[in-house]
Design a protein around this ligand. Sequence first.
Ligand code: HEC
Ligand code: HEC
Length: 228
Amino acid sequence: MIKKLLAVSISLTICMIIPASVHAEGDAQAGKQHAAACAGCHGDSGNSIVSTFPKLAGQHFSYLTKQLQAFKNDTRNAPMMAPLAKGLTDKDIADIAKFYSEQTISANPMPTLKGQDHEVESNKHSDNKNKETELKALLTFGGDLYRNGDLEREVSACIACHGPFGEGNKPAGFPMLKGQHADYLIQTLEDFKTSTRTKVADNMMHMIATKMTEKEIRAVSYYISVMK
Ligand code: HEC
Ligand code: HEC
């Protein structure tokens, strides 16, 4: 037993001194340099300005590396990202993921409703008070779905995997969602639903998004975008 423990501790020590362990964890300083090529779309510190480009700041290391690998091996379909990811080595990916995971995500302003968000046609042109009431109702609907899901239609509660504050689950590699742009969230949920984001059939989000209505997708995305 003691011999075994000794052997384990020696091999752990060896693991810690060989450079491969640095590689697996990433070097944020090197990552920052690589990320200069990404800043045009994702912002200097991973807070993108354009709302269809996802924010990367504060996202979990494990999720970022998984997505970059998925762009690289074409299991996540994204015409803008694939050619860029194919030019990155595993070490580059780890370094970049480390850099973004250490940044802080910025808060979003309250969402502005668009044409298709108005259930009452006349509200499209009505005063701000009606619009505010409608936005509140949509956020409440989205928050309810986030926390409770829809049992009858088998839409799982988002909170179970993405956490009470939208912080995700680091050990499980479930992404943080809070503070993400609503337009990106809507787009990517639609892409899961239509198998555009990934053709991997047992992707958890594909199975969930397939059951979501258009209204649920928009409402939960608005809700998540202003979670703190
Ligand atoms: C021309 C604009 C553009 C550039 C430059 C760019 N990206 Fe992206 N990135 C996108 C878009 C658009 C998406 C969303 C892809 C999709 O789902 O269709 C994305 C998605 C991602 C995602 C997934 C985020 C998530 O929440 O799932 C990561 C990670 C990422 N990019 C990293 C990078 C890195 C690292 C670089 C630099 C090497 C980079 N990007 C450069 C446009 C860009
Ligand atoms: C059983 C766990 C689980 C549940 C429940 C769940 N998710 Fe997810 N979610 C995941 C996983 C895992 C991923 C990463 C998928 C991938 O790698 O392609 C993800 C990814 C996402 C993304 C993409 C994030 C990004 O940055 O691109 C969004 C948006 C999302 N989930 C929204 C939701 C919403 C809304 C709900 C509730 C209706 C929900 N999720 C319920 C596990 C879950």
